[in-house]
Design a protein around this ligand. Structure first.
Ligand code: F6R
Length: 241
């Protein structure tokens, strides 16, 4: 299903409301979170609503999609830091219910395996929030990632390092590797909302609209899922037929 809004603000509010509904309906839900610029207004609105009308968040479990390898939890560009800053410092989700891949794990492959197992142990994700990279990545699943993948280490593509370089002082500081939930972990979620806003996402959203499921475009894996909503603003939807 496609939902197209006039502004990024409206698209973000709709996305935040979908999350709120999920929590309201199931206070024990397991939620999959994303980071990135697109999510900032979503989390802002979510926090605002929850301050105004508090909900019980103590039984939620959260799993983030990805984390850079080599950045400590306190590093300002780590996704752990992003989540603390935008969401977790502002909400009362118990710390032990918050999960992100460990970018500093000594045994990375064991950590990856354990991450997918932890998702499975809570019965899979009830709701997964996604952004999309300009090359079609979801999480950090870059083009040609196997659709059956579980949490794994990725070499970040030049495109992704270039896109994400805007957050770092120097392009060379952008990590070359990350840990990401796999495409299969994402597809196992019961409900998925992908949010794309701004003109920079117009080309990839048009490709995605036209494409069949194809490993060259990781987000196209979502076409195999029965409960996905693509939420766009007018700019991101501008090249849709
Ligand atoms: C981040 C993530 C990525 C981003 C994507 C878009 O956790 O999973 O797939 O959603 O790179 O990033 P922005 O929103 O910064 O354009």
């Amino acid at each position: 299903m496609y939902k197209i809004f006039n502004t990024a603000g409206e698209a973000s509010e709709y996305t935040a409301r979908r999350l709120l509904n999920q929590i309201r309906l199931n206070p024990r839900a397991s939620l999959g979170f994303a980071t990135g610029s697109t999510m900032e207004p979503v989390y802002r609105f979510l926090v605002k609503c929850l301050k105004r009308d508090p909900l019980d968040l103590s039984q939620l479990t959260t799993f983030n999609l990805d984390e850079y390898i080599g950045l400590s939890r306190g590093h300002a560009q780590s996704y752990r830091y992003y989540m603390q800053h935008h969401l977790f410092n502002k909400l009362s989700i118990p710390e032990d219910k918050v999960n992100l891949p460990d970018g500093k794990a000594t045994d990375v492959s064991r950590a990856c395996h354990a991450y997918s197992e932890a998702i499975e142990a809570v019965g899979g994700l009830d709701f997964q929030l996604l952004g999309i990279g300009s090359n079609g990545h979801i999480g950090f699943n870059e083009p040609y990632t196997c659709f059956f993948s579980r949490t794994h280490v990725v070499e970040l593509s030049e495109q992704t390092r270039l896109d994400n370089g805007r957050f770092f002082a120097n392009k060379k500081d952008v990590p070359t590797q990350a840990i990401t939930m796999g495409i299969q972990d994402i597809l196992d979620a019961k409900e998925i909302v992908l949010l794309a806003t701004g003109s920079k996402k117009a080309a990839v959203m048009a490709d995605l609209y036209r494409s069949a499921a194809d490993v060259a475009l990781p987000a196209s894996a979502l076409k195999q899922h029965g409960n996905v909503t693509f939420v766009l603003d007018r700019e991101a939807a501008s090249l849709l037929p």
